[in-house]
Design a protein around this ligand. Structure first.
Ligand code: ADP
Ligand code: MG
Length: 282
């Protein structure tokens, strides 16, 4: 799950799963922000060359917020998302997710966290080829040890929620880009994560599919999930409640557009334009 990570870190004996330990501190955790990044830097060492991808980034994201992270290519967006998703660790600084410092977690804790609490969506969909939509969506549940029947049911429900109920047995090559991304979104939400992290999810989509996928993110946010969406497209960022700009590894702008507890812009529009044929084009 951690592509390109240098060998496994020294592993200490596992006490108890994080999920269990966390349940005991629920009171304090509920008050903690979903995401708390403090003075985080990330430096990649390429032989003699050091690339400073993030420089002293501090950021709090509240539960239920919908945040767009913008910036030109190379500004550090994916590096930040990999840290937020516990796919990579900061070189310096602190990252506290849901009240727990990632430095206090071992590899098993981190993979539990990624599997159960975070849903990832990528620009290139990352579906398994020659494997049906429903089997792709079942995968994270298989890793989590959910039994076969429950797996199938939940995967079907997730696919139905993104308008893909009639494409269960289609393989990725038999689906359009927009449909593939909807399958990928179903895979991200099938574990019922509290945090959705999406890195340029609409980067390979036409405008119609972009709208579909953004509407689904808005709905997920309306269900109180925290959504962090990385994009370099201003009209995509407009769908978020808060827009953060990165430039050369630093936050240069942070603008709140809609309150954390208000519905996201797409849902507000949908409500005012009542009776939209939501199944149109699906
Ligand atoms: P963005 O997603 O905004 O395009 P990235 O976070 O991918 O930016 O990259 C930020 C900077 O870090 C770039 O200069 C990029 O070349 C460099 N970088 C990203 N990943 C690596 C890596 N694994 N090794 C070395 N340099 C990297
Ligand atoms: Mg990127």
């Amino acid at each position: 799950m951690t592509p390109g990570a240098p060998g496994p870190p020294a592993r200490r004996e596992r006490e108890r799963p994080l999920i269990e330990r966390a349940a005991e501190q629920r009171g304090s955790r509920r008050r903690a922000p979903a995401i708390h990044v403090e003075h985080v830097s990330k430096t990649y060492e390429l032989g003699p060359i050091r690339v400073r991808a993030l420089r002293d980034v501090s950021l709090k994201i509240a539960r239920g917020d919908f945040v767009a992270i913008m910036g030109s290519s190379g500004s550090g967006k994916s590096t930040l998302m990999n840290i937020l998703g516990c796919l990579d660790l900061p070189s310096a600084g602190r990252y506290v997710i849901d009240g727990t410092d990632v430095r206090d977690m071992d590899e098993d804790d981190l993979s539990d966290l990624r599997n159960r609490k975070i849903g990832f969506v990528f620009q290139s969909f990352n579906l398994v080829a020659r494997t049906s939509a429903v089997a792709n969506v079942e995968l994270p549940l298989a890793y989590a040890g959910v039994d076969r029947r429950a797996r199938r049911q939940r995967a079907e429900r997730a696919l139905a929620s993104v308008g893909m109920a009639k494409r269960l047995d289609h393989q990725p090559s038999e689906l359009s880009g927009g449909q593939q991304q909807r399958v990928a979104v179903a895979r991200a939400l099938v574990t019922n994560p509290t945090l959705i992290l999406a890195d340029e999810p609409t980067g390979n989509l036409d405008s119609h599919s972009t709208e579909d996928v953004l509407r689904i993110f808005a709905e997920l946010n309306e269900q109180r999930r925290t959504v962090v969406l990385i994009t370099h497209e201003p009209d995509v960022a407009e769908q978020a409640k808060r827009v953060i700009h990165l430039s050369d590894g630093r936050i240069t702008e942070d603008a709140r557009r809609v309150g954390v507890h208000e519905p996201p812009p797409a849902v507000q529009r949908q409500k005012s334009a009542h009776g939209v044929a939501s199944e149109a084009g699906r």
